[in-house]
Ligand binder design. Structure first.
Ligand code: PFF
Length: 459
């Protein structure tokens, strides 16, 4: 039986922004954005990223909001309602599966942040050499039990917020957690840019060096735009369905995007000036925040305190994102399969946790188990943890591509305009540009990125 209970809404503008920005701002901003910026050489990469956000990110986010709010349903149900009897619902289906997969490893990495909060509280970085810090990180993630212990705690907190529902759970917690996140990151930026020798880091972020701008850098910028804005898997369709009919969707999409981008940039300003000030290599890759930064904090006055602030920041950012990912799946099982919210949340969170716990063994006891993945034009052998991360990296652009095509070609354009203008209440002067972007530009760019990353074109 389909659940007939009246749908909940976000109470107002602030609630929407807090929840949607909470979804967008996550490990992607504070962990991934700084390290790929480091790997691809700094500010030129940032410029390309901003370009992708503006031209593709905002239109796709607005598309997701349009679909969700119009249909007032979950990611799959929305397509079924707007385009009944067509295969479009498959788009939402890919999204729900992507959400499931992403949360399985997102919960593991979020668990790492809790372990690092613990290490910071108990002051366990101090006195260690850089090699020891690196070794400890490797040893920790390859342990069979400890990462799961933290993952279970993290997933339990996530589930308890989602069980509370849209207003009392998601909105309430986002409104508390997002300001905390902003305050912490501003303190960290202030500390970092006032360190002696910080100016080299500022230069790295502000002075573009286009010689470093390779095609893989551009591809990675677009891929990251999707991940960072939580696009391509129906999260923003689901959140869009909780936005009241008289809210301005276009403005909301722009504000959420600005908030997300601002926090990613602030994370860069919190990290790189400090990294350069202490003469540490900026291109450390995924270990940047778990290995490089503890080294940086070790050399800083009151470093233990700043380490604690930083890892709390990371955990908070991860929490508001994982809430949205879980909600995307729960809204589906609740409305389409007719389970109630409590049963949905418990079953979904539990099975995701089990999947994640198995995947995390890919970093340890199952590390010799390798599965091939077609990427970069060849089959690369990966452990199960990396395999699933790579899978989701590919799924989001596919989802985003289909959503853009749906809004551009699959929906009646009058319906699109009425939704964005709230039936004439707001203006939508940029409609002609939006229309070209979702019909042609975004699908073409995404398809190019997707195919070239799979088949390894333009290396
Ligand atoms: N945007 C989140 C981040 O930057 O960490 C991750 C994410 C959340 C991706 C929700 C996708 C999603 F639907």
């Amino acid at each position: 039986m389909v659940n007939q209970i009246k749908r909940e809404n976000f109470s107002g503008k602030l609630g929407i922004i807090a929840a949607a920005a909470g979804s967008a701002i996550g490990l992607g901003n504070i962990w991934k954005f700084p390290y790929i910026t480091g790997v691809y050489g700094g500010s030129a990469f940032i410029l390309v990223y901003l370009f992708c956000i503006a031209l593709i990110g905002i239109p796709v986010m607005l598309s997701e909001f349009i679909v969700g709010r119009n249909a007032q349903k979950n990611a799959v149900g929305s397509f079924k309602k707007i385009a009944p009897g067509t295969p479009w619902f498959f788009t939402g289906f890919i999204g729900v599966i992507a959400a499931y997969v992403i949360l399985s490893f997102y919960g593991i990495v979020a668990g790492w942040t809790l372990q690092y909060v613990f290490l910071a509280i108990t002051n366990q970085f101090s006195g260690l050499t850089p090699d020891q810090i690196g070794g400890n990180f490797g040893a920790f993630i390859s342990k069979p039990g400890l990462p799961i212990f933290w993952q279970v705690i993290f997933m339990a907190v996530t589930a308890s917020v989602v069980i509370g529902g849209v207003k009392k759970g998601i909105e309430r917690f986002s409104k508390i957690l997002m300001p905390i996140l902003l305050v912490i990151i501003i303190i960290l930026v202030f500390r970092s840019v006032t360190l002696k020798g910080a100016s080299k880091g500022l230069e790295f972020l502000l002075k573009p060096d286009f010689s470093k701008l390779t095609v893989p850098a551009i591809l990675s910028a677009l891929g990251h735009a999707f991940f960072s804005l939580s696009l391509g898997m129906g999260t923003m369709i689901t959140y869009g369905s909780y936005i009241k009919k008289d809210e301005n969707l276009g403005q909301t999409a722009i504000q959420v995007t600005i908030a997300d981008t601002l926090i990613a940039l602030l994370a860069g300003f919190a990290i790189f000036p400090a990294v350069f000030a202490f003469g540490i290599e900026p291109s450390a890759g995924p270990g940047l925040v778990f290995v490089t930064l503890p080294n940086v904090f070790n050399q800083m006055p009151f470093g233990a305190f700043f380490a604690l602030l930083f890892f709390v920041l990371l955990a908070v950012a991860a929490l508001t994102s994982s809430i949205s990912i879980l909600e995307c799946v729960v809204a589906y099982t609740d409305e389409e399969l007719g389970w109630d919210r409590k049963k949905s949340t418990v079953v979904v969170a539990l099975t995701i946790t089990i999947l994640g716990a198995i995947l995390s063994q890919g970093n340890g006891i199952l590390s010799s188990l390798k599965i091939p993945f077609l990427i970069g034009g060849k089959f690369e052998m990966m452990n199960i943890f990396d395999w699933f991360i790579t899978l989701s990296d590919q799924m989001l652009p596919v989802g985003g591509l289909l959503i853009a095509l749906f809004v551009g070609w699959g929906m009646k354009q009058q319906m699109v305009k009425d939704e964005v203008t709230s039936n004439g209440k707001f203006s939508f002067r940029l409609y002609p540009i939006f229309n070209v972007l979702v019909k042609v530009v975004a699908p073409a760019a995404i398809a190019l990125v997707f195919l070239s990353s799979i088949f390894g074109w333009f290396k």
